[in-house]
Design a protein around this ligand. Structure first.
Ligand SMILES: [Zn+2]
Length: 613
């Protein structure tokens, strides 16, 4: 079992405009390969094609590691509407799944990915000649004049004949908003003239209607590049604030927001045992109700906790004015006297604890906030195969940090087999919600944890046959609950999903939480090998432990010998194979605190594949 408090990051919606484009077929072969391998076109898209009823359009994307992907599609009588809906749906997926972009994949039964863009244009229903003439006149007379520097003017045009037409233009700071507004308003007005379709007619001073998709894409790209440069310039100005003292004060709305977040999220943490005897600091930065960021940290040292939390808070791309908002369970923002009083008291308390010898460990929470693993770390994971749906009776039900081991449940799952390069295989059972099966989501999670498992050293994987991925976490500290039961060749993951909803996104997938989850995976696998393989001699272990004289790698290692083993072995893996991720002072401390345990692990000659030092 493992409990951990970690820094929780609040993801800001950060719209990356330069990397997604409507109507532009994708070109990335690796991403296409992912979709071919998963047979998404055959399984998910083709069955929905019905050319008599409308047009079926799909947009897809991959993340940068190609281990995650997503899509959206739309079926509509109007091809523009179909593009728009599918593209926007994919954009939402892009945010959720860290896709690198959203691109046109297929139209009806044709995959257009990697195809010449003119092929795409052929599918668009055309305006007749009279309509084009009318649109051009209207554009020259009324729209062209509205083009402004630093804005994007877009015109949508719907037309049946010289007497029946409607257009709408929109001038906004970015292309996507402009397109959306103009398109929607055009559709609304056109419908009054019984016109069902609006076409993208012009962008700024260029008529793009009738041009092939490559031309349109070029115009769009130029505009997007221009607006991206603008964003970069803005960022540079904001970066000048580097110290908390330089930050501009929070406005009223921001203080209210910070207070809300404090009451909702931080107060709960402040009540925990860990927080009460440590320094809990909460930094809050805010420009307005759409741009804000916060960060908290618990530590044995006030200055260290403050520095870590502040740095993480200002790392946000849009918010720089991060302030110390609360300490422990008190808001100190705007009250310097209160802050000084609380800090003084806290420093005394922490010093006393340090003196008492209670801090006889290297790190309070092992590798919390460190990037020991990332999705980019080498993995031996090769292939995932779906086996069957499986109900497994009598599985321990643990949903919160305080859950005991007495509650049992029927574990309803999709079962997969993961294969790895070094002839190792594991079964992965992903639990689904009763009455709400979602195969795609389960498959994505199985793939995600297989990728992570493939990053673990072989000697740790070797004796583990199964992973249970639970779906009922109700305690969100970022990492959730992980456990390995005695003498079982398996371990359990009950990590939180976004919003604590079974349908929410697995939070271990968040960039900042990935390493934390992988470190816990090492810890659980350590339990598995200690409990049942016989490769760890119990007498050798307890001798090494005793020789290190009540010094530990982490506070949690003090719990008992079993947790000490899991924590110490985890520390050893990181020390020997990821030492560049650990500070010099901590490296020295590890050597000083647990030399005998480290020596014991060094002498075991473990097979570490795929880790390299
Ligand atoms: Zn444990």
């Amino acid at each position: 079992m493992k409990k951990l408090l970690v820094i929780v990051f609040l993801g800001l919606l950060w719209n990356n405009v330069g990397i997604a484009a409507e109507r532009e077929p994708g070109t990335d072969k690796k991403c296409l390969h992912v979709f071919e391998r998963e047979k998404v076109f055959e399984r998910k898209f083709l069955p929905k094609v019905n050319k008599d009823q409308g047009v079926f359009v799909t947009y897809v994307g991959c993340n940068k590691y190609y281990d995650d992907w997503s899509w959206d599609y739309s079926f509509d009588q109007d091809i523009d509407a179909a593009h728009e809906k599918a593209y926007n749906g994919c954009l939402r997926e892009m945010d959720e799944n860290n896709l690198t972009g959203c691109h046109l994949f297929s139209i009806d039964d044709v995959i257009v990915w990697g195809k010449d863009t003119t092929l795409v244009a052929e599918n668009v229903e055309e305006l007749n000649k009279n309509c084009i003439r009318k649109g051009t006149t209207e554009f020259n007379k009324k729209v062209k004049q509205l083009v402004k520097k630093n804005f994007v003017t877009v015109m949508y045009f719907g037309c049946k004949s010289m007497d029946s037409w409607y257009w709408h233009q929109s001038t906004e700071e970015d292309l996507d908003t402009s397109r959306e507004v103009a398109y929607k308003k055009c559709l609304k007005g056109a419908s009054k003239h019984k016109i069902e379709t609006c076409h993208l007619f012009s962008i700024n001073d260029t008529i793009v209607y009738g041009k092939d998709a490559a031309f349109v894409a070029k115009v769009e790209k130029e505009i997007k590049e221009r607006s991206t440069t603008k964003v970069v310039k803005k960022k540079k100005v904001a970066k000048k604030q580097t110290k908390p003292e330089d930050a501009k004060p929070l406005n009223k709305g921001c203080i209210k927001l910070g207070t809300n977040e404090f009451n909702k999220k931080v107060k709960k943490v402040a009540k925990s045992r860990d927080a009460k005897r440590s320094a809990l600091v909460f930094y809050f930065g805010c420009e307005n109700s759409n741009a804000w960021n916060w960060q908290w940290k618990i530590g044995d040292d006030l200055d260290e906790a403050k520095e870590t939390a502040y740095k993480a808070c200002v790392a946000s791309p849009r918010v720089k004015n991060c302030h110390l908002f609360s300490i422990g369970d008190k808001i100190v923002y705007g009250d310097a006297a209160l802050r000084a009083k609380i800090e003084e008291k806290l420093i005394k308390k922490l010093a006393k604890r340090k003196k008492s010898g209670a801090i006889n460990y290297v790190q309070q929470f092992l590798f919390s906030g460190h990037e020991i693993f990332s999705k980019m770390s080498p993995t031996t994971f090769k292939k995932l195969t779906f086996n069957e749906e499986k109900n497994i009776g009598n599985v321990v039900k643990r949903t919160t940090r305080n859950s005991d081991w007495s509650k049992k449940k029927t574990f309803r799952s999709f079962s997969f087999t993961a294969e790895f390069e070094d002839n190792y295989t594991a079964k992965i059972f992903v639990e689904y919600e009763k009455g709400n099966k979602n195969f795609d989501k389960a498959e994505k999670e199985a793939l995600f944890f297989s990728h992570m498992l493939g990053q673990m050293p072989y000697f740790l994987r070797e004796h583990n046959d199964e992973i249970y991925v639970h779906n009922d976490n109700s305690y969100d500290d970022g990492l959730g609950l992980w456990w390995a039961q005695h003498n079982k060749r398996s371990f359990h993951i009950n990590a939180p999903r976004k919003g604590l909803k079974p349908s929410g996104r697995q939070r271990c997938r968040e960039v900042k939480l990935y390493s934390g989850c992988a470190v816990v995976m090492v810890h659980e696998l350590a339990h598995v090998i200690q409990d049942l393989t016989g490769i760890i001699s119990p007498s050798k272990w307890s001798k090494a432990r005793k020789s290190d004289k009540k010094k530990y790698v982490s506070e949690y290692a003090k719990t008992n010998s079993r947790e000490d083993f899991a924590e110490s072995l985890t520390a050893w893996v990181a020390l020997r194979y990821k030492s560049e991720k650990i500070s010099e002072s901590d490296l020295k401390k590890f050597d000083e605190y647990i030399p005998n345990r480290l020596k014991m692990f060094d002498e075991m000659n473990f097979n570490m594949n795929p880790l390299e030092n």
